[in-house]
Design a protein around this ligand. Structure first.
Ligand code: ATP
Ligand code: MG
Length: 585
């Protein structure tokens, strides 16, 4: 069946339902239906909708006056929105989209900075049956064009500055019906191009009382996300409304989100963490979210935590390494005692960072693992369990994870191998957009193959070793780049490390490291020798890097992940491949 037909066909048969009950049988004390699905509100007409669970249900249940969002603009502005405000604004935008003729399943791209309107629009689109496709605002015209063409975008919501940046490519998107421009607080004079629609005007005319939610089913499509591009060309991952069940429960159990909490997620909605845990999980759990328009800033982030008494903070290793680099003095200038829980995702969290967090924030940092494809947290260091620094924790109840050999057979504990998950978890991707072959290739012998390499210990904790493509084969040993990088960053001179396998005629590959330095340290051959010695002491000689190069900046995706494939391509003088998600220097 063609994708567009699938979208129109909402009568999924029982065979399409994930086999949730079977898998949950393995956990005597957990059942997705009893413990999770039953906790959703569901629509009055029996369907399921992410935005209803995030916004409307709280108003219905008497929490309408609670704050849903404290928005902090990059110029010092602050705006507060209650759940009732949020419902009204999103209902209005839903009506705008229905009036424009948006159909169930239409892909609506949102290309803007973290403004309140982004969130009103996202929730309105979901309520009106559309599929949101958020894009990171730092993208240039080509990555935007590729993704909009690939997905057959019908609508684009953007801001005047970003609209200008991508103007030349919009005529190439033949499926595009309307461009809606959000001129926040009239920041721009002359905001509209020919044919654009003005968000403010549309909203002032829209009647939220007229809006009637589209009765989406749990099998209707909700969000389309392009992956980070760490390992190659980004893939369009399609999710369905049912993902909300896992997002809600993981938000509650893995991040401790509850009514009344103040929550600060630093991820941008252009990446899956910024939607699953920057929109859906927190709002289904009824928290007040801090939405900060600006980017990274150690002092700024601490100021926000202090001023707004943030309870729960969810961030990423790249940010934590930057915070470590910014130093302990800036931490000491702020009172961070409101913090109750800190979580991290996106890359392996070096054990050093967990220990640093404990020393400086008086709280450990809890690592958890998941992917765009999994839609929600799959494996976590929970508030309720002991952290093993350097481990990504244990599978979420109802989730079965395994370590497989090269023939996709499960290995006993204390082995490393392919990290795999039993299919059928609620927030599982429905498709790689128009890439059936690639999608099918991820399922082997009843497992979903994650593309990562990991080990499981006897206590059931999982230890990330590297992406399958990044694992190094040196003189017969398999070496995960993560353990080498973690050893290097324990040295006071090293801020970040990226490790690759460099082809070698004798050893097959040798371990080669690239490092950036902390302020106050100079590149020198003595330092290089010292780092090699240091890592030999920490690791065995066979695992320690044989070569180390210094870099001014580490190539990273815009979502903050080290691009080892690029380090390797540059080292070998090979083509760099898709670099649409490469962060600017
Ligand atoms: P692409 O699939 O386009 O190459 P990507 O895999 O980086 O990019 P995402 O879906 O954003 O895209 O990231 C998921 C991946 O990030 C995981 O497969 C894993 O490699 C890494 N990751 C996420 N969380 C963790 C973690 N806690 N520990 C180690 N690795 C993690
Ligand atoms: Mg991936």
């Amino acid at each position: 069946m063609q994708f567009d037909e699938i979208i129109k066909d909402t009568n999924f048969s029982d065979a399409d339902k994930p086999n949730l009950i079977d898998y949950s049988k393995q956990y005597n004390d957990f059942d997705w239906n009893r413990d999770a699905y039953s906790k959703l509100e569901w629509l009055p007409d029996g369907g399921l909708n992410n935005a209803y669970e995030c916004v409307d249900k709280h108003v219905k249940n008497g929490y309408g006056d609670n704050l849903a969002m404290i928005w902090l603009g990059k110029n010092g502005e602050e705006e507060n929105y209650s759940y009732t405000d949020f419902k009204n604004e999103s209902d209005k935008f839903g009506q705008v989209m229905l009036d424009l003729g948006m159909q169930k399943g239409d892909r609506v791209f949102i290309f803007m900075d973290r403004l309140p309107e982004l969130y009103f629009a996202a929730m309105g689109i979901l309520k009106a049956g559309g599929v949101i496709a958020p894009l990171f605002s730092a993208f240039g015209p080509d990555p935007v064009k590729d993704r909009m063409l690939d997905a057959g975008a019908s609508y684009l919501i953007t801001s005047p500055d970003l609209r200008k940046k991508i103007s030349p490519i919009l005529k190439d998107i033949k499926t595009l019906k309307n461009v809606i421009v959000v001129n926040k607080d009239n920041r721009f004079t002359d905001p509209l191009d020919d044919g654009d629609l003005d968000y403010n005007k549309l909203m002032s005319k829209a009647d939220n009382k007229k809006f009637k939610m589209v009765n989406t089913s749990q099998y209707d499509f909700s969000i389309m996300h392009y992956t980070s591009g760490s390992t190659g060309k980004p893939k369009g991952v399609l999710h369905r409304h049912q993902a909300v069940v896992q997002q809600m429960l993981t938000g509650h159990w893995a991040l401790e989100l509850s009514h009344g909490d103040i929550y600060f997620c630093t991820a941008d909605p252009g990446w899956v963490t910024g939607t699953s845990y920057g929109m859906i999980a927190p709002w289904t759990n009824g928290v007040t979210q801090i939405i900060y328009e600006g980017g990274f800033g150690a002092a700024k982030w601490y100021e926000i935590i202090e001023k707004y008494k943030v309870d729960i903070w969810y961030t990423a290793p790249t940010a934590i390494r930057l915070l470590m680099r910014a130093g302990e003095d800036v931490v000491k200038k702020h009172n961070l005692s409101s913090l109750r829980f800190i979580g991290s995702v996106g890359e392996p969290l070096n054990p050093e960072a967990v220990v640093w967090g404990e020393r400086n924030y008086k709280l450990p940092i809890h690592d958890n693992w998941w992917q765009t494809e999994t839609g929600a947290i799959m494996c976590a260091n929970y508030p309720s369990t002991n952290i093993k620094p350097g481990s990504m924790g244990q599978p979420f109840p109802g989730i079965t994870m395994g370590i497989l050999d090269d023939e996709y057979n499960e290995l006993p504990p204390d082995n490393s191998g392919i990290l795999a998950v039993r299919p059928g978890w609620p927030s599982q991707m429905f498709a790689y957009w128009k890439q059936d072959e690639m999608y099918n290739s991820r399922f082997k012998k009843g497992w979903y193959i994650t593309g990562d390499q990991a080990a499981r210990d006897k206590d059931g904790y999982f230890w990330f070793q590297g992406r399958a493509d990044d694992v190094i084969n040196t003189a017969g040993h398999l070496v995960g780049p993560f353990e080498v990088e973690s050893a290097l960053i324990e040295h006071p001179a090293v801020a970040e490390a990226g490790v690759i396998g460099k082809p070698d005629p004798i050893a097959m590959e040798i371990v080669k490291a690239f490092v950036t330095l902390n302020p106050g340290f100079e590149q020198s051959s003595d330092l290089r020798k010292e780092l090699i010695r240091f890592s030999r002491d920490k690791l065995s000689a066979g695992v320690a890097p044989r070569e180390i190069d210094f870099l001014e900046t580490m190539p990273k995706t815009r979502s903050g992940k080290i691009m080892r494939r690029l380090l390797k391509a540059r080292e070998l003088g090979e083509p760099e491949g898709d670099i649409s998600t490469l962060e600017d220097d």
